[in-house]
Design a protein around this ligand. Structure first.
Ligand code: DMJ
Length: 498
């Protein structure tokens, strides 16, 4: 039985708090004797420290009474498994982008033969949150000595932004390291030509980091519009508004091209501004994080345009794509101009979008839908046919999205359903993805034992264990009242200095 869902969301409490005074908080600790600079562009609310300038209203997250499911035993187990995965990387792939934990090899993520230590950058703030300060130290030393973005090769702008710019930013916010901020600014400046050379302001897909030559004029919506959080924080840290301005222009260009139904298609030619297809597939990838970043820009920077665009797009999503099958909420793929059905497939990545995006009632229902998939398969398949709840892919690429959503919804509601199911996710992760050399992808989750591939994607060091650790640890290094994380799990606001 299929019916359209029009769930409404509850109201959000709002608080006023002051913008960061230049300079932010002072350091009381350090890593390896390196000088720590003031880092947080969004320091603590008024009352703490010096007087701050008058500030615009910004939203604050709604919190449940028990927003942190503190369980020291579980937090320890999560941390131990993160360390197991990390030791595999350190042993077999140090300095390379990603570890192949079964064969003991490694692979480069952006350009073959040109590693940028991706897993090191991705892991920085996770190490910090878990109190693994020696590891933070080792990562900082590698970045200081070895990381150089003067590379004559094409880098994918979206991945470089969410993983590298975001990782370096979060690392800087955690440690105060000026080197991390310098590397971050250097990389962002090398990425900016992708925006500046485009007639529409929507970025090209690739940019040569040395020459600034751009390429790839047709790209999906998530790649066009998943950058305002990283670029916005960078603007605040540097005082240079051009990063945030470029990101905002790209968002606006996409939203302006929505159909009369208020839907976005999937991919755009950024030179002509013409859609390259007609499929509205949100909240699936490669559109997913476009939505997250609209709401994030409101939460992080008080950007009212982005808030309004988010609401407008989510209203259209509810009206034309949401449907219930046996009481479970899913989002069908439709023609973005007519609303005609294209398919009833759903990606496992979809579960993480709405809780980050301020549509909590929808998010909660969608999470319950994916929990039914977790119950059926133990490990969530990459993609399903939601009419029959059957796997269209038997793989799982060590996906973090279910844990991401569990953390977000627990954080917002304090409902133990999310901590219980998050723990189930963790136990399945440990049972089915663990190998002696770390953690690896599953290639067939319908077999027993599940068959495994040979890759630990770098995002595992940024996401899976971090979401779980934040959920169960209540670490004092994270400000649970006002923290904010990116689509790649980077803490862009609310890191507390040790
Ligand atoms: C991560 O790189 C990010 O979460 C991104 O937004 C898309 N998905 C992968 C992990 O699945």
């Amino acid at each position: 039985m299929i019916s359209t869902s029009l769930a409404a969301r509850a109201t959000r409490r709002r608080l006023l708090y002051a913008l960061a005074a230049a300079g932010g908080i002072g350091a009381v600790g350090g890593f390896g004797g390196r000088p720590l600079a003031a880092a947080d562009p969004h320091p603590a609310p008024p009352g703490a420290g010096a007087a701050r300038p008058a500030a615009p209203a910004r939203p604050a997250r709604r919190r449940g009474a028990g927003a942190v499911a503190v369980d020291a035993g579980r937090a320890r187990e999560v941390r131990a498994e993160f360390l197991h995965a990390w030791r595999g990387y350190r042993r077999f792939a140090w300095g390379h982008d990603e570890v192949l934990p079964v064969s003991g090899g490694h692979r480069d993520f952006f350009v073959r033969g040109r590693p940028v230590g991706l897993s090191i950058v991705e892991a920085l703030d996770t190490h910090y949150l878990m109190g693994l300060d020696d590891e933070v130290d080792g990562c900082l030393a590698w970045i200081e000595d070895r990381l150089d973005f003067d590379i004559d090769a094409d880098f994918q702008v979206f991945e470089a932004t969410i993983r590298l710019v975001g990782g370096l930013l979060a690392g800087h916010l955690a440690t105060g390291s000026r080197v991390l901020l310098r590397r971050c600014v250097d990389l962002a400046d090398r990425l900016l030509p992708a925006f500046a050379h485009s007639p529409t302001g929507m970025p090209y897909r690739y940019v040569n980091l040395r020459t600034g030559r751009v390429s790839g004029r047709t790209l999906p919506v998530a790649e066009i519009g998943t950058n305002i959080l990283e670029f916005g924080v960078l603007s605040e840290l540097t005082g240079d508004a051009s990063y945030r301005r470029a990101a905002k222009r790209a968002l606006r260009a996409v939203v302006e091209r929505r159909s009369s139904l208020g839907l976005l298609a999937t991919a755009m030619n950024v030179e002509t501004g013409a859609w390259a297809d007609r499929a509205a597939i949100a909240v699936d990838p490669p559109v997913d994080s476009f939505y997250e970043y609209l709401w994030g820009a409101w939460e992080m920077f008080g950007d009212e345009d982005c808030r309004d665009w988010f609401r407008l797009l989510v209203r259209a999503l509810e009206r034309h794509q949401a449907e219930r099958v046996d009481g479970r909420l899913w989002f069908k793929h439709v023609d973005f101009r007519t609303g005609a059905l294209i398919s009833r497939r759903q990606s496992a990545l979809s579960v993480a979008v709405l809780p980050v995006g301020g549509a909590d009632a929808l998010a909660a229902d969608h999470y319950r839908s994916w929990t039914a998939v977790l119950d059926k398969y133990t490990v969530i398949p990459e993609e399903i046919d939601y009419t029959r709840l059957t796997a269209l892919s038997t793989r799982n690429q060590l996906r973090p999205e279910y844990a991401n959503c569990a953390f977000e919804l627990y954080w917002q509601t304090g409902d133990s359903f999310y901590s219980t199911t998050a723990w189930r996710y963790f136990e399945a992760l440990r049972t089915h993805h663990r190998v002696p050399g770390g953690y690896t992808v599953v290639t067939d989750l319908t077999r027993r034992p599940m068959t495994k591939g040979d890759l630990c994607p770098a995002y595992v060091f940024a996401e899976n264990f971090k979401w779980l650790y934040l959920l169960f640890s209540g670490t004092p290094r994270f400000d649970y009242d006002r923290g904010w994380l990116s689509t790649e799990g980077k803490v862009l606001r609310g890191l507390r200095r040790a």
